[in-house]
Design a protein around this ligand. Structure first.
Ligand code: TEU
Ligand code: CA
Length: 557
């Protein structure tokens, strides 16, 4: 297993719209990020993943790009961006950009041309098909509701959009598309960035033939994901991208891959195959989904999470590499989702951080996770901004679901849960803006904010800082083998890491109960060191009971 900087790094994701507003327009921006780099450095961050900052009409908050080589007006100028990169590097950190090349905005010049005429030179930059029996070419639904095909009257054809109708899918079969994307990537890499997070990158290879999905009872559209995920040419494209662009730079790449399996992830991240360094998998993010998907709520059953994360640790143990995350701009906040954001917010936030950061892989922290920010419950649907949330409300409402039931799903799973403005201090709007925030600030900012967290040495912030420092001080955390312990325990997630003669024991209680347990341990060690705990605790590894949401890690040498 080769040592590399991206295996030893901790990454912090910034959602720029909600991070820090420097000019009072209520929208986060690049100068705002620059003003907070010292905060990220003090946390111990190595790499920043910047969600899209390119020109965009913001139908999907920047994931709909109209010019890959211009900065979005609301975020600032290219000079601001260059200053940000310079400052990130001056602070000894690295910057990876969000590469969104499965689709563009419908306001991208390529699509404007493509839509002009069937014989336009850009027509085949996108996926146009005639209708079938007076309907869409296939019965697929878009990830944001409705059909995945939009009719264009002028040409009497449909174009594919797996997300919003303002996000037409690019045709990666067209070598000109691939060549233009590679040129754009090189342009950014030549500016000095340190890599890319690649948006739904396993969607880019579409099937040769577009077939209908399996319609569920009473539904108008079906899932097409088995056709467009991990498509026939995906490895060819990624190896071509690597050979043409990436291999020329010392960069980190992480591919966002809904529907990826451990077996496929081994192919995508096997260093010998020269594709990507790591992927974001989604299996653990679906364990609290009912049979009808994310809005169909189901409580997490801890053994399912233990089994799933263990499967991923084992699958990528010697080949490939894991990313480690519970939070991002699309997921609800983990302390509300998997922990307890009421009386055990601090304990459960630290416990969740421990179970994740002591695993093998590169940890990703999403803005606000390090201070225990929670989900939001806006009283009115009018306060929500996310296109996915608004579309699903209208879709479920048209299907006859009562308002309260739909809102329960939105409270639990809306992407706006993670997009409320970063809570910096207890001043108005949590110090995020002097203007009116684009999305309301969570009213709990008075108690939950970075300033308060930094002031208190036993805060969640300082706990994350310690976890990050431990990863730097102990190779066993980065490179040690993983083995699950207490496999069937319904409340405790415990595992062992080993490297050479050292053993790391991690024990985490996912409940507000005080469970009993017994650890089969060979205690013929010279020394036992308590590395971290979220309670003032004794050094006795032989304890057989945990406090609510208790977490601790012991190093046995
Ligand atoms: O998300 C990919 C994706 O699968 C989303 O549908 C996500 O899983 C879902 O929203 C969770 O409910 C990426 C970006 O992270 C997301 O912000 C974009 O909206 C999407 O692609 C389209 O670019
Ligand atoms: Ca601003």
């Amino acid at each position: 297993m080769s040592k590399t900087w991206w295996k030893e790094s901790v990454v912090y994701q910034i959602y720029p719209r909600s991070f820090m507003d420097s000019n009072g327009d209520g929208i986060g921006d690049l100068q705002g990020i620059i003003s907070k780099l010292h905060y990220l450095k003090s946390l111990g961050i190595d790499v920043i993943w910047l969600s899209p900052v390119y020109k965009s009409p913001n139908d999907d908050n920047g994931y709909d790009i109209s010019d890959y080589q211009q900065i979005m007006d609301e975020f600032g100028t290219m000079a601001d961006w260059e200053k940000l990169l310079e400052e990130v590097h001056n602070h000894g950190m690295k910057l990876i950009m969000d590469l969104v090349v499965n689709h563009t905005s419908d306001e991208h010049q390529w699509f404007i041309e493509s839509k002009k005429a069937k014989d336009n030179q850009y027509r085949d930059y996108y996926i146009w098909r005639p209708g079938k029996n007076g309907k869409e070419p296939t019965n697929w639904y878009s990830n944001f509701g409705g059909s995945a095909w939009q009719y264009d009257e002028a040409s009497d054809e449909y174009y594919l959009h797996l997300f919003s109708k303002k996000q037409p899918d690019l045709n990666w079969q067209n070598p000109q598309v691939r060549s233009d994307i590679y040129k754009m990537m090189t342009w950014w890499l030549e500016k000095g960035i340190d890599g890319f997070r690649m948006d739904v990158i396993n969607f880019i290879s579409k099937p040769e033939i577009f077939e209908d999905g399996e319609l569920k009872q009473g539904k108008q559209y079906a899932s097409g994901s088995k056709y467009y995920r991990n498509g026939p040419h995906i490895h060819e494209y990624l190896q071509e991208m690597n050979k043409t662009v990436l291999t020329k730079y010392d960069v980190m790449t992480v591919g966002e891959m809904p529907g990826v399996t451990p077996e496929l992830a081994r192919l995508y991240t096997d260093e010998a195959r020269n594709e990507l360094n790591m992927v974001f998998q989604f299996e653990h993010m679906g364990l609290d989904n009912g049979p009808n998907g994310k809005w169909d709520l189901k409580p997490l059953y801890l053994p399912d999470l233990k089994e799933n994360l263990t499967k991923w640790q084992q699958a990528l143990d010697t080949t490939g590499w894991n990313s480690l995350y519970f939070n991002n701009h699309d997921q609800p906040r983990s302390v509300s989702r998997f922990g307890n954001d009421k009386e055990y917010r601090e304990k459960s936030a630290k416990m969740l951080a421990t179970v994740l950061h002591m695993m093998k892989g590169t940890p990703f922290i999403y803005q606000g996770e390090e201070i225990g920010m929670t989900n939001i419950q806006f009283d009115s649907l009018d306060d929500y901004r996310d296109i996915e949330t608004l579309n699903i409300y209208h879709e479920l409402s048209e299907e006859g679901l009562p308002h309260e039931e739909i809102m329960e799903s939105i409270y639990a799973k809306s992407r706006d849960n993670s997009r409320t403005p970063m809570q910096w201090d207890s001043s108005e709007n949590a110090g995020f803006t002097t203007g009116t925030p684009w999305l309301k600030v969570n009213p709990n900012y008075l108690e939950i904010n970075a300033e308060t967290e930094i002031k208190h040495s036993d805060s969640i912030f300082h706990y994350y800082r310690k976890l990050i420092q431990l990863r730097k001080n102990h190779d066993i955390i980065v490179y040690g083998d993983y083995e699950l312990l207490l496999r069937d325990h319904p409340e405790i997630f415990a595992y062992k890491r080993t490297l050479n003669n050292d053993t790391l024991i991690v024990i985490c209680n996912f409940s507000n109960q005080e469970p009993i347990f017994e650890l089969p341990l060979d205690l013929t060690f010279h020394s036992i060191e308590l590395l971290i705990s979220n309670y003032p605790t004794d050094n006795n590894i032989q304890t057989t009971q945990l406090k609510p949401y208790e977490a601790k890690a012991f190093l046995l040498k």
